[in-house]
Design a protein around this ligand. Structure first.
Ligand SMILES: C[S@@+](CC[C@H](N)C(=O)[O-])C[C@H]1O[C@@H](n2cnc3c(N)ncnc32)[C@H](O)[C@@H]1O
Length: 212
């Protein structure tokens, strides 16, 4: 199920800036060549991530779920000159593609790619994060949230993707382990006094979570 009317999606896409032709070509390459291209953020979502990052001007960004690197390159745009973006990918082939793509980024020296399971890698990263983007296996969203919250700066931002899970969380009886996991995640965050949150109906739903 499309959350946003496809006509509205096309209109939004047409009128949102494409100010980076090189990045757009990398985005298109995944669309044209990767059998799971649907896993990539949409162009507009990528622009949204860049926009937020450029407003915050973060020192440290953590991304969970690199895929071919598009969203990491979007988020990296706002990094301070000495800032670092750490991104974690489980699948070696996608990590290799991401590495090739990162080599084309003006921020390549600031992007650190970690190959492996995010649940194991997150505790080894000892930074205080300004932005965390959660975009990996849905059944671990709550684990990721609890793992990174103590390492998120006060006032820092966590962004969780796919929180409407193709509309499946809107069903009366939520079925499927991923939709159930996402719904539990959404309800848990909503109850948590440590954070404030808002869900935006960008693409498949983005939850913006601010640490108090
Ligand atoms: C939706 S894709 C990420 C898309 C990417 N953020 C973008 O917008 O272009 C999810 C990625 O998370 C990876 N992944 C799944 N489980 C993971 C885990 N436990 N640790 C690290 N990465 C994982 C998958 O291999 C996949 O490449």
């Amino acid at each position: 199920m499309d959350i946003v009317n496809p006509l509205a999606e096309a209109y939004i896409s047409k009128l949102s800036s494409v100010d980076d032709k090189d990045l757009y070509n990398i985005y298109l390459q995944t669309i044209e060549q990767h059998p799971q291209q649907h896993l990539q953020s949409s162009w507009v979502q990528g622009q949204f991530l860049s926009f937020i990052s450029q407003l915050i001007q973060p020192q440290f960004i953590l991304e969970i779920g690199t895929f071919t690197g598009f969203s990491a390159m979007c988020l990296a745009k706002g990094l301070q000159a000495t800032g670092e973006l750490h991104t974690i990918e489980l699948r070696e082939q996608d990590a290799n593609t991401a590495k090739t793509n990162f080599n084309l980024s003006p921020k390549q020296n600031q992007i650190h790619l970690h190959l492996g399971n995010a649940v194991e890698i997150i505790p080894t990263l000892q930074h205080q994060w300004d932005i965390v983007f959660i975009d990996a296996d849905k059944t671990n969203y709550i684990n990721y949230y609890e793992l990174v919250l103590p390492m998120l700066k006060d006032g820092g931002l966590m962004i969780a993707d796919n929180v409407l899970f193709h509309g499946q969380v809107l069903e009366k009886e939520i079925k499927g382990k991923n939709a159930i996991a996402i719904n539990n995640f959404n309800e848990n965050v909503a109850k948590d006094d440590r954070t404030e949150q808002i869900i935006l109906s960008v693409r498949d739903g983005l939850m913006l979570i601010k640490k108090k």
